[in-house]
Write a protein of this length. Structure first.
Length: 483
């Protein structure tokens, strides 16, 4: 019997797990993927929104501003990359400049600090590559950028060292009410719990509707992106939005915390909750709309494209509450943008709701901090040389594009919730995220994974499940080579 079971190891579920791990509770996280950050949280803009876009008085507005304010200190405590680079919302028509004033007033009502209206010339002084068509812009200095993988993995690892059990490759099929709480039925096991946190992304409505008569409906909203090489770093320094429309703030152009340039997304409502394919039409739309904001965007430097899904709830609002007719079932639903920005505050709110229900004691042994994978090239030269002298694997570069060493990959595998796949290594070290997109480093990374997990090479996967990269292996030959 668990005290709390969390469905979904995305950023919201991991934030809740981390905050609740402060207490004497038996907590489990059930995740259908092979790693944390395998669903909605892995494919987004990496933006920490300032909070001017959400409707004043909404939960979305409150949690956005609170989460934004918490992010910088949390990044230091849990050692993940975050930068407060600020954002600009562009207007291209003098007759629509009043919409910027409305957006500014809305942001001020939400408690967003430092908002200013700039002229087109002032905006171009900040960002020289802005279009000559820009007549005015809203400047939000509190906007930021974060690594979605880094944030989610940091929250999860810290929760894990504080006693939270993560159960991967486990898809919840059914949620049933019981006398003591709830029973979660998976493909092979059943789990009993006093409370459930439903942080299942685009599937949150499915699980909510199994236990409540007040139905939810979530639409997957697909966003397609281009990622440009790090050679484009500095093309823009702030996050560049366009005036919001029906589906949000349009196509953005932004730096990433790792020095790439990200362009996107589209916003297309689709029926398929697994529909993360990119399309020619969608990517063409991204390129065309981005060109309205900036001039000379170096699209020849694209290294990959991808798509993610936002969990759009019909009321365009976050739902973070105990279901009225299902005591002990806590929804964390409709976590579309600004869900990533809001995650630290969402975790705190869920902590409050669950602990008011269960009244647990706080631990005296809670570990507050966490350190990321050591990057020898971020160390002073003397320290780096000493590290390589004592651990030579930190001098063996595996991924040339991102300069990732064997030591970093070993650390990523051996640490709490260690990487079990190529994508797991990639999210923790960036091996495979560079210009060649893992074309060079995959075989060596697979060798390290096979060695560390003591499995044959043909069992190593890209992202778990059946995503194996080697087929038709001659087992006899492998045995001979091992001998």
């Amino acid at each position: 019997m668990y005290d709390v079971l969390i469905i979904g190891a995305g950023v919201s579920g991991c934030a809740a797990a981390r905050e609740l791990s402060r207490y004497r509770l038996k907590i489990g996280v059930l995740e259908k993927g092979e790693d944390v950050c395998s669903g909605t949280s892995k494919a987004n803009s990496g933006i920490v929104h300032a909070g001017f876009d959400a409707r004043p008085g909404s939960l979305m507005a409150r949690l956005n501003v609170e989460g934004n304010a918490m992010m910088e200190e949390l990044s230091k405590t849990l050692d993940f990359p975050f930068r407060r680079n600020g954002s600009l919302v562009l207007c291209f028509d003098k007759e629509k400049e009043g919409m910027l004033e409305e957006l500014k007033a809305q942001g001020e009502a939400n408690g967003v600090p430092g908002l200013q209206i700039l002229t087109g010339e002032e905006a171009r002084a900040l960002e020289p590559n802005l279009s000559r068509e820009v007549t005015a812009a809203l400047w939000a200095p509190s906007g930021g950028i974060v690594c979605p993988f880094g944030l989610t993995i940091a929250l999860a690892e810290n929760a894990c060292v504080n006693g939270v059990e993560f159960i991967f490759d486990t898809e919840v099929k059914k949620v049933e009410k019981t006398q003591e709480g709830y029973r979660l039925v998976t493909g092979g096991e059943t789990y009993e719990t006093r409370c459930v946190i439903n942080a299942a992304g685009v599937y949150a409505d499915v699980f909510h509707n199994m236990v409540s008569e007040r139905k939810l409906h979530i639409t997957p909203r697909k966003g397609e992106y281009y990622l440009l090489d790090r050679s484009t770093g500095g093309f823009v320094d702030r996050t560049i939005f366009q005036l919001p429309g029906k589906f949000g703030k349009g196509v953005l152009v932004t730096p990433t915390v790792h020095g790439n340039t990200l362009v996107g997304p589209t916003a297309t409502d689709i029926p398929d909750k697994e529909g993360t394919n990119t399309t020619r039409q969608g990517l063409d739309e991204v390129a065309a709309k981005a060109a309205l904001s900036v001039e000379g965007l170096p699209m020849r430097q694209v290294i990959t494209s991808f798509a993610g899904l936002r969990a759009h709830e019909d009321g365009s609002e976050f739902i973070v509450e105990e279901a009225a007719d299902a005591p002990g079932f806590f929804d964390c639903a409709g976590m579309e943008s600004p869900g990533l920005s809001s995650a630290p505050a969402v975790g705190k709110l869920l902590e409050k709701l669950v602990t008011e229900k269960l009244r647990p004691e706080k631990k005296e042994t809670f570990i507050e901090t966490r350190k990321d994978v050591v990057n020898p090239f971020h160390l002073p030269e003397e320290e780096r040389n000493a590290l390589i002298a004592s651990h030579p694997e930190y001098g063996n570069v595996i991924c040339r594009c991102e300069t990732v060493t064997e030591g970093q990959i070993i650390d990523a595998i051996r640490r709490p919730l260690g990487a079990r796949s190529l994508d797991g290594v990639k999210r923790r070290t960036r091996a495979g995220m560079g210009r060649c997109q893992a074309g060079f480093c995959s075989p060596r990374t697979m060798e390290i994974l096979a060695r560390e997990w003591k499995i044959p090479m043909d069992q190593v996967t890209k992202c778990g499940g059946n995503s194996r990269l080697i087929v038709g292996v001659n087992k006899d030959r492998l045995q001979e080579e091992d001998q």
